[in-house]
Design a protein around this ligand. Structure first.
Ligand code: BTX
Length: 324
């Protein structure tokens, strides 16, 4: 509510210093008793506050909470995330985004959940999305592009997320074609791009991003411990999810508008700068079998090019990549 937002604003202005009950009651315009009640509410929500007689209160620890409010406060974009559908627990944010897109929701709308019970990867694989730790988000956009160019948006999203992580942490993630963002050989982000299209007309593109933020190793089930990592595991510190969401939306919006005006070329250059699979021997596992060879690049559609032993060039549209 409005009072709560004002209260949090007052604390954020105080920047870790004590705020007296008197100051708070003046700032948010309520009685001292009401202040005390609001402080108790914050504690129930997971904030830790120190209260000292005569000095007042200060926040010593914020919960890593996400909500529409937390995402909106401080968001610097024009379109991306200007409309937010937030829910605590959902089956999959992709499903909700699909139906919002069907109902003609605004361009740039996002769906965010604290937890997914049925998060999905490509080919209906499960995406582990426990509560309180990660970013489970779907963005809905309506670019006027042909269907065959939509895989470019997966690559664009990967660049946006890498740049956002670089902006907020000392980490330097790399991209494994087409949709994995890696740190120390482990997956930190997965991207799933889905389409609503007919003939060759794209109605909407729904870009799902799963980002491991504050998990510790113990948070991951046994079978993921060797292949998954999180920002917290890599840096040792927590990162506020809402802050990372804001940065991703900002980076995405910039790259997306560059893409709409200048095409894929500038995005491709950025993407290649982060790619790990290029110029390496790889095995691409596709639905039609495995192809082995040297990854020599991506073409202007975002399709991966592999040079095989007999020197022919194979185009890979979708696959899991193993770097040899
Ligand atoms: P993918 O098919 O490339 O990767 C799926 C594989 O990744 C799984 O089979 C498993 O081995 C591994 N995996 C599962 N969960 C995790 C995790 N939390 N961290 C690291 N590795 C994991 C990648 O698909 C695309 C994922 C998109 C997820 C987002 S979340 C918001 C949106 N909603 C939704 O249902 N999906 C997207």
């Amino acid at each position: 509510t409005g009072l709560r937002t004002k209260l949090l604003e007052a604390f954020s202005k105080a920047d870790g210093e004590f705020l007296s009950g008197q100051k708070i009651s003046e700032y948010i315009g309520c009685s001292r008793t009401a202040v005390w009640k609001h402080i108790e509410d914050l504690r129930k929500e997971g904030y830790e506050l120190e209260g000292v007689r005569r000095l007042g209160y200060r926040i010593t620890k914020k919960p890593d909470k996400i909500s529409s409010n937390e995402i909106q406060l401080g968001l610097k974009t024009n379109i991306m995330g200007r409309h937010i559908h937030f829910e605590q627990t959902v089956s999959s944010t992709q499903k909700i985004a699909q139906s919002l897109a069907n109902d003609g929701c605004p361009d740039g709308m996002i769906v965010v959940a604290d937890e997914q019970t049925d998060g999905r990867g490509r080919m209906a694989r499960a995406w582990y999305s426990p509560s309180g730790t990660g970013i489970w988000m779907s963005m809905i956009i309506r670019p006027n592009i042909p269907v065959n160019q939509t895989p470019q948006l997966t690559l664009l999203t990967a660049v946006a997320i890498v740049q956002a992580i670089e902006e907020l942490t000392p980490l330097r993630p790399t991209i494994k074609w087409p949709n994995d963002i890696m740190l120390n050989g482990k997956k930190i982000v997965g991207i799933l791009t889905e389409l609503q299209a007919e003939a060759d007309k794209v109605h909407s593109v729904i870009i799902g991003t799963g980002i491991n933020v504050n998990q510790t190793i113990e948070h991951f089930p046994e079978e993921l411990r060797n292949i998954a990592t999180s920002i917290k595991i890599e840096t040792g510190t927590n990162l506020e999810r809402a802050q990372l969401i804001q940065m991703i939306l900002l980076k995405f919006e910039g790259l997306y508008s560059l893409y709409l005006t200048k095409g894929f070329k500038p995005i491709k250059l950025l993407w290649e700068g982060y790619a790990i699979s290029l110029n390496k021997m790889i095995v691409a596992r596709t639905l039609r079998g495995s192809i082995e060879g040297k990854a020599i690049g991506i073409n202007d559609d975002g399709v991966l090019l592999i040079e095989t032993a007999d020197r022919s060039i194979e185009r890979i549209y979708s696959a899991d990549i193993e770097i040899k």
